[in-house]
Design a protein around this ligand. Structure first.
Ligand code: VG1
Ligand code: CO
Length: 544
């Protein structure tokens, strides 16, 4: 095998964000842009000589070319075997599953997740380590430092691989194995859930589902598992064919971006469960008939019902949620007598807790839920969990949710996003807010007194590493919270996220409209941040 060393110049913008490096496609198409980043990752990846590495992506535009580059560069760096999903496809949770199952040293995941795709859309790349989870900040920081100093990269002279042909492709000591992207993941799901129970519920007609794959990666997974294996009626999975531009849609599973599903679930024809997943298959939206389940509530409900599910019947060791996620899960943890951890936003912070066996379930308000079965959030897993739960409890989603609130109270929760604000304005807004924090403590506002106001910092209880500046929080004596964060996944300008939360113990008030129930906090958040005046926007772009 002939290996070339190619001279290159460094780019200064290859800083990985919340979940890998995400840029517009034309940025990735600049000369050597992808090669530079892959070189820096392979240099930081530790001893990969003769080892196995995984590669796959969500099938978005540029996936095919990027995979071929990774194959050639992996060969040049002495990797022994590269496992690639057929046609270069692997959902993010499936990539995590494959890394773990085959004891790989790590894996490349090509995706910009919920961001739109296509020639003018977004592309992204991230590296997961041997536990199957996103590389920790120490790794991504080292990659960024290396990317600013890189002068050359190594690449092998190999022909393009025919990724449509499953099986081994050998090049001397280097082997590329093209695998079925669905099989290993489907097998793992069968071990966690009672497939016979779900199959029987579908067969009897008591359970019905509509899953919107949003023309993204989960289509083939959902068809195989939900329709073929579990026997849901044909047509239960919609928009099942992955497209390079997601059919022009925005593959973010929420009521705004999945309007077809939303309309169905709020009509007489609604099935028992409505669900959707995102571009790379790690997010999930859960909706019952006339009943949207917030991701924060979903995490709490899964934890409270985990004993009904075979894979978790032995008990839940602990729960973790990202800081802006509502405290609904904390209440369940308290009732179960198990710990609840609060981590910064992004799945990489759950890895250590999962590896150490301190937690079994974890989740984020951003439609992310997962468990110790892999080291990524997992959209289809959450949907299967709900299907198994519905088959076990034989109740509508709305009743399960209502009963949960009756026991624990309802955590009214909403997130308001102001997208693509000028970065300088957004940073100034955050700086000014930070300066106001000390003066807020002790003041009465929005019906309560401010108990704490700070910028969230986290110390990992397992390895002691620290992460500061993870979001501004204003916490009230009655438990209400307002949180401000700048997104770390956008590719244009800055996105300000405002998270709002209020606990309501009184069941007579659980039917209230969320935005009304949070009106005081919303008003306060807008007044404190001056977001509308500063951004020139009259309203948030997306409300979830
Ligand atoms: C967002 C979410 C965060 C999630 C991240 C990756 O990050 O808020 O909870 O982990 O996306 O999800 P940010 O920095 O934009 O708020 V995915 O499905 O885009 O990989
Ligand atoms: Co995603």
């Amino acid at each position: 095998m002939n290996i070339q060393t190619v001279t290159t110049t460094a780019y200064n913008d290859q800083k990985p964000g919340t979940s890998g490096l995400r840029k517009r496609v034309p940025v990735f198409q600049q000369p050597h842009y992808l090669e530079n980043f892959v070189q820096c990752i392979l240099e930081q990846a530790g001893d990969i000589q003769g080892k196995t590495i995984v590669a796959g992506g969500d099938g978005r535009y540029h996936n095919r070319q990027a995979i071929q580059t990774i194959v050639k560069m992996a060969a040049a760096h002495g990797v022994g075997r590269l496992l690639v999903g057929r046609d270069g496809l692997l959902s993010t949770p499936a990539a995590s599953c494959v890394i773990r199952k085959y004891g790989a040293a790590g894996g490349f995941v090509l995706s910009a997740s919920h961001n739109p795709g296509g020639p003018d859309g977004d592309f992204g790349i991230k590296y997961n380590v041997s536990n199957g989870g996103p590389a920790p900040e120490s790794f991504t920081n080292a990659v960024f430092a290396a990317s600013k100093a890189i002068a050359s990269y190594r690449i092998a002279d190999l022909p393009d691989i025919d990724l449509s042909r499953e099986g081994d492709h050998d090049f001397g000591g280097f082997r590329v194995t093209v695998i079925d992207p669905v099989a290993d993941y489907a097998e793992l799901m069968g071990k966690l859930f009672d497939f016979d129970r779900i199959r029987a519920a579908f067969a009897s007609g008591a359970l019905t589902v509509r899953f919107d794959a949003m023309h993204a990666i989960t289509g083939p997974y959902a068809l195989q598992i939900i329709e073929k294996t579990l026997g849901a009626t044909a047509g239960s999975v919609i928009n099942a064919v992955p497209l390079e531009d997601f059919g022009g849609g925005h593959p973010d599973p929420n009521l705004t971006h999945a309007p077809e599903l939303a309309a169905l679930m709020y009509s007489d024809a609604a099935p028992v469960l409505g669900a959707a997943s995102d571009g790379d298959g790690d997010r999930n939206m859960i909706v019952g008939k006339n009943c949207f389940v917030t991701p924060s509530d979903s995490l709490a409900i899964l934890a409270a019902n985990a004993h009904l599910i075979p894979g978790y019947a032995k008990g839940v060791a602990g729960i973790a949620r990202s800081m802006p996620t509502s405290q609904a899960a904390d209440r369940v943890a308290k009732a179960l007598g198990i710990p609840c951890f609060e981590t910064p936003t992004g799945w990489k912070f759950f890895g250590n807790l999962l590896d150490a066996g301190r937690i079994t379930l974890c989740g984020e308000e951003s439609f992310g839920t997962g468990s110790n079965h892999v080291r990524e959030k997992d959209g289809l897993w959450a949907v299967l969990f709900w299907l198994d739960l519905l088959a076990a409890r034989k109740q509508p989603v709305a009743d399960i949710v209502k009963e949960h609130w009756q026991r624990y109270g309802r955590d009214f929760y909403s997130r308001h996003d102001y997208e693509e604000i000028d970065s300088a304005i957004a940073n100034q807004l955050m700086d000014d807010l930070r300066a106001k924090l000390p003066g807020l403590v002790g003041q009465s506002m929005a019906g309560s007194k401010v108990a704490q106001a700070d910028d969230f910092a986290y110390t990992d209880p397992v390895d002691g590493s620290t992460s500061a500046g993870q979001g501004i929080r204003i916490i009230f004596e009655n438990g209400s919270r307002v949180v401000f964060r700048l997104s770390g996944t956008g590719t244009a300008g800055a996105t300000l996220r405002i998270y709002l939360e209020r606990h309501e113990p009184d069941a007579a008030r659980h039917g209230e409209d969320t935005q009304k129930a949070l009106a005081d906090l919303i008003q306060l958040a807008e007044a404190l941040s001056e977001v509308k005046q500063r951004s020139g926007r009259e309203a948030p772009c997306v409300i979830t």
